[in-house]
Design a protein. Structure first.
Length: 563
RNA sequence: UGUCCCGUGGUGUAAUUGGCAACACGUCUGAUUCUGGAUCAGAAGAGUUCAGGUUCGAGACCUGACGGGACAACCA
């Protein structure tokens, strides 16, 4: 009965899937689905791009189509090959492939030029000799129509002559532009004779000095879609007002029934995060963070370094969905996604972040036992490992209190606790240093309570992780907190996001103790430090000098109770 | 005082296209646990921004308010 209901109930689709299926059912573009991901190579990809990538490649995948990678490189003054490589790396890391379809808008400069010439010949484009300021003034405002340029009615011959000479380098940058001749009174600003070509003498990273004029975004994007046979051009909401112009150019270009269709979806916003490339660039340039891949950054390389997996990012994107509502997503959902993934996969280890020495006074001096410990209770196939135990161990400072509150299930004078995978110990005394801080805790152990032993079933309130002092590896641990303390740092009109920078976003602890099995850990290896959270080996880590990034803490109800 | 887009539990999304609001995260119980994790069981929480209208029936359709966002770069 229940099963039957499940079968009947259709998967709910988001509005883009619905639109695609409608197009398919109407037989548009002979049933083809072809999308594209069009980054501008002027910065690193961030998790917002991941949302777009998952959609672009995901829709192609779901409907048996293809997705092109196309670099939108129409502005040589801002773009660089440096970014091309990192963008490709990040897309692949996320798990997507464009096969041999790596394209560049600059591949189409010739075709775009020809199209512009054709528009001129049809009286649909003209060269304007006015300054940027004048053109801007004549554009009108959102509430008032614009004025027509005095150059709007030049002859085709004159336009052609000027346009060719613009590209010959005869004129200075900014002295002339090519404009589409549409409607200066349109309520849509983008239709008021938009500039489609400008003079730029900066060499282009791919075409060198071949061109002196470069197409604007609006004149390149839709046409590139058209040239590549794209059927669905998915982009974010802010391009909604560009769509009439997108369609206008396609109308002038198309020769048969095929036409690409632009559909807009909401971009990703995350709480406590800034997402604009400009703001991220500032953080890097001003040294607020250590680089594009600083583990606090929402860039894909930053998240990767932090320890996020591609699976967790794809899962997160899947959870938030695609709509036309401008929403702000809770980072806690991202954290949920990585915990969910790592819970199943990450091996458990013992790592003590803030060590406190415990001496087990009745344990034989110099003795060592190897305790067999499960690597992952969620996945038996990960097996077990041996962890050395001895008379002196480190536990977490926060796991001991001299005067514990009521529900403190950890170590305190007179109280018993289990050292996970080893023995139950009882606190018998403590030593303080001159400053009055607890320097050492003394305990006795009960040999019969060894895990698997005769009294191992005895109930104790708490179980602690530990590391044998004699065998411990020293490690540096970098604890991260949100970069901004405000939920919506860029959402304040009069306050710069920088005002909300969290001074405690990075804490470096250099005297952490981890179990010896971690000696061979390699950068990007991920572990659960039992009870402490998920950690990832940093690129800075070296054998004998381990460095871990905390990805995320475990859920901690005790911490919550304490607040 | 313009055009366009958008308003569903705290947050993000659903509601098979008009049949009486579902899911996830979060929150809160309880069980269980050699991770105060995980797991399991359960609970609270919206009557869909508001007001009219159409309809036997509206979160979906219409009108108008209100609220939020986008648009006036030779950026993308």
């Amino acid at each position: 009965m229940k099963e039957a209901e499940d079968i009947i109930k259709p998967e709910s689709q988001h509005f883009i899937e619905q639109a695609i299926e409608k197009d398919l059912s109407e037989g548009k573009n002979s049933g083809r689905i072809h999308t594209r991901f069009p980054p501008e190579p002027n910065g690193y990809l961030h998790i917002g791009h991941a949302k777009a990538i998952c959609l672009d490649f995901g829709m192609a995948d779901k409907y048996g189509g293809k997705c092109n990678l196309r670099f939108d490189d129409t502005n040589p003054t801002k773009e660089d090959v440096e970014y091309v490589d990192s963008i490709k790396e990040d897309i692949q890391w996320l798990g997507f492939t464009w096969e041999d379809r790596e394209f560049y808008a600059s591949d189409y400069f010739g075709k775009l030029w020809d199209f512009a010439v054709s528009l001129i010949k049809r009286g649909l484009a003209y060269v304007d000799d006015q300054s940027a300021e004048t053109i801007s003034e004549q554009k009108g405002t959102t509430t008032q129509p614009g004025m027509e340029s005095p150059y709007r009615d030049r002859t085709v011959e004159e336009n052609l002559d000027l346009f060719f000479r613009m590209n010959e380098g005869e004129f200075e940058e900014g002295s002339r532009v090519l404009r589409a001749r549409i409607d200066m009174a349109s309520p849509n600003m983008h239709m008021r004779d938009p500039i489609i070509y400008r003079i730029l003498k900066t060499p282009h990273h791919r075409t060198g000095t071949k061109w002196k004029v470069y197409p604007m975004y609006d004149f390149a994007h839709g046409q590139s879609d058209y040239f590549e046979g794209i059927t669905h051009s998915l982009c974010t909401l802010e391009f909604e007002v560009h769509r009439p112009l997108y369609d206008w150019f396609i109308d002038q270009l198309k020769t048969d029934d095929y036409r690409p269709r632009q559909i807009e979806f909401n971009r990703l916003n995350l709480t406590y995060t800034v997402m604009s490339k400009r703001k991220l660039l500032e953080l890097v340039k001003d040294g607020v963070v250590k680089g594009w891949d600083d583990p606090r950054m929402p860039t894909l390389c930053g998240l990767r370094r932090r320890g996020y997996t591609p699976e967790s990012i794809r899962r997160f994107v899947d959870l938030i969905g695609y709509t036309k509502v401008e929403a702000i997503n809770d980072v806690s959902l991202l954290e949920y996604a990585i915990r969910e993934d790592l819970n199943k996969r990450a091996p458990r280890v013992f790592g003590v972040i803030n060590p406190l020495k415990v001496v087990i006074t009745n344990y034989p001096e110099g003795a060592t036992e190897n305790m067999e410990i499960t690597n992952n209770p969620e996945d038996e196939s990960q097996g077990t490992r041996r962890v050395p135990f001895s008379r002196e161990v480190y536990i977490e400072q926060e796991d001991f209190m001299e005067n514990p509150p009521h529900k403190f299930f950890r170590l305190a004078p007179g109280q018993e606790v289990r050292l996970k995978g080893a023995y139950i110990i009882k606190c018998t005394g403590l030593k303080k240093n001159d400053a009055g801080e607890i320097a050492e805790v003394q305990c006795t152990y009960d040999p019969a309570t060894r895990s698997g032993g005769p009294d191992s079933d005895r109930k104790v309130k708490g179980t602690l992780h530990w590391v044998s002092a004699a065998h411990a590896l020293n490690a540096e641990v970098r604890l991260y907190d949100r970069l901004f303390s405000d939920e919506d740092p860029s959402g304040h009109k009069d306050i710069d996001a920088r005002e909300f920078l969290n001074p405690g976003s990075l804490t470096i602890l250099e005297d952490c103790k981890v179990e010896p099995s971690l000696a061979e850990a390699k950068p990007l290896d991920k572990f659960q430090f039992q009870r402490m959270g998920y950690f990832c080996v940093d690129y800075d880590s070296k054998k004998g000098n381990l460095v871990f990034n905390r990805i995320v803490q475990l859920k901690d109800t005790w911490q919550k109770v304490n607040k």
